[in-house]
Design a protein around this ligand. Structure first.
Ligand SMILES: C[S@@+](CC[C@H](N)C(=O)[O-])C[C@H]1O[C@@H](n2cnc3c(N)ncnc32)[C@H](O)[C@@H]1O
Length: 374
């Protein structure tokens, strides 16, 4: 199969590495997506083990496309719709990109839909209904350089939603972004991990799931189950392997989350227990200033408020000063990773960074900054 995977900007290379480790090959990396090839078993497996992808799309056809007529013919002739899309199945069409005469994605999507339903009507005198919320198929058309590429989306929901976070705190990180940031720290699971402002617990849950290679989204219903060449036998083998995977939680070092806000702390507790990690993450409802440093040096993470979504910039100056002073006084020898969305505030830490990685967090231009605490 030829597959496209979308990812948060800045994580494309990490996604490529992840997919390669899971069995994907011929991988190419672009801005916010990668493409690759894989066999059926890998395709099913990546849904359970990719921690970084938003979505997977399987390429099914491509054709020359400049205008309405070439679009209509291209869609009609480039794929075996009648075998794949029975009129009892629902679908919707999504379009990205443009050509000079196909510049309205909504109009283009309607043309794609008509081309498919015309075929169905000619064959059966009946056509599929369109479903926006709960379709059996999601068909994508990407237009670029007078080419149309058709693909099928493999899940309705984005895969960054793992089901453990019905309750979100203030300004939570997307799960796949958190996982990617952890990946960049190269945390090896051998030293303690502390999130001093853990919010809904995303960093800690993702760090453990990544380190122990915990499968995710196993019980979802996937759109690929409706595909004509769905290999249920192979899928069930992969699903059962994931379900029965033995996870050695005993390997984990000390993992601590600290959250000052009682309500957010309670939500984090729910999330952590839904992720099955209540015995492996110590959650503290307090100001981080009360944290004790009684472990061997490890990693401290922090996604503080930075005045864009949460908190007023001036009030936050004091908070950043406190973080810097507290860490230098109590956690010398530890590594500190800060997700900064505001360089003016970061200065008030009065710490010298050793690495700064640009990252986009929900459209905010951020830096993932590494410090060695001295
Ligand atoms: C941007 S949010 C963190 C979001 C988190 N990464 C997530 O994915 O849910 C910042 C969190 O820091 C908490 N916080 C602010 N000041 C704190 C302090 N002094 N000690 C501990 N937590 C604090 C806030 O209540 C808020 O939940």
């Amino acid at each position: 199969m030829k597959v496209v995977a979308s990812a948060p900007e800045g994580l494309e290379h990490y996604l490529a590495e992840e997919i390669s480790n899971l069995g994907g090959f011929n991988i190419n990396t672009y801005k916010r997506f990668i493409n690759f090839e894989c066999e059926f078993d890998t395709f099913y497996r990546i849904h359970f083990y990719s921690k970084l992808a938003f979505r997977f799309y399987r390429e099914i056809a491509s054709f020359d496309c400049y205008d309405k007529q070439s679009l209509k013919n291209g869609v009609r002739d480039s794929f075996d719709w009648l075998n794949w899309l029975h009129y009892e199945k629902t679908f919707n069409v999504q379009v990205t990109g443009r050509t000079s005469s196909l510049s309205h994605t909504h109009f283009t999507a309607l043309e794609v839909k008509n081309s498919i339903t015309d075929l169905q009507k000619a064959a059966w005198n009946k056509r599929s209904n369109i479903s926006l919320d709960n379709p059996d198929f999601i068909i994508h058309l990407h237009l670029n350089n007078n080419k149309g590429i058709l693909s099928l989306q493999s899940s309705v929901e984005s895969l960054h939603k793992r089901g453990y976070r019905p309750a979100v705190g203030n300004a939570p990180l997307k799960e796949n972004l958190a996982s990617g940031l952890i990946n960049m720290t190269k945390w090896n699971g051998k030293v303690p991990l502390i999130d001093i402002m853990c919010g809904s617990g995303t960093f800690l849950i993702e760090a453990i799931n990544q380190f122990l290679e915990v499968p995710i989204n196993i019980d979802q219903v996937y759109l690929f189950e409706n595909w004509f060449d769905f290999r249920k036998d192979i899928y069930l083998i992969e699903k059962n392997k994931a379900k029965n995977k033995i996870i050695n939680y005993a390997k984990l070092p000390k993992v601590i989350g600290c959250e000052i806000n009682k309500k957010v702390y309670e939500q984090a507790k729910v999330n952590i227990s839904l992720a099955g990690l209540e015995n492996y993450i110590e959650l503290i409802n307090n100001n981080f200033l009360q944290l004790e440093s009684k472990y061997k040096p490890g990693l401290i993470l922090c996604n503080p408020p930075y005045g864009k979504k949460l908190g007023n910039e001036n009030e936050l100056i004091y908070l950043y000063e406190q973080i810097g002073i507290f860490l230098k006084n109590n956690f010398s020898g530890w590594e500190f990773w800060l997700l900064s969305g505001n360089p003016k505030l970061t200065k008030y830490l009065k710490m010298k960074s050793s690495l700064k990685i640009p990252i986009s967090n929900g459209g905010i231009d951020c830096r993932w900054i590494k410090y060695i605490i001295r």
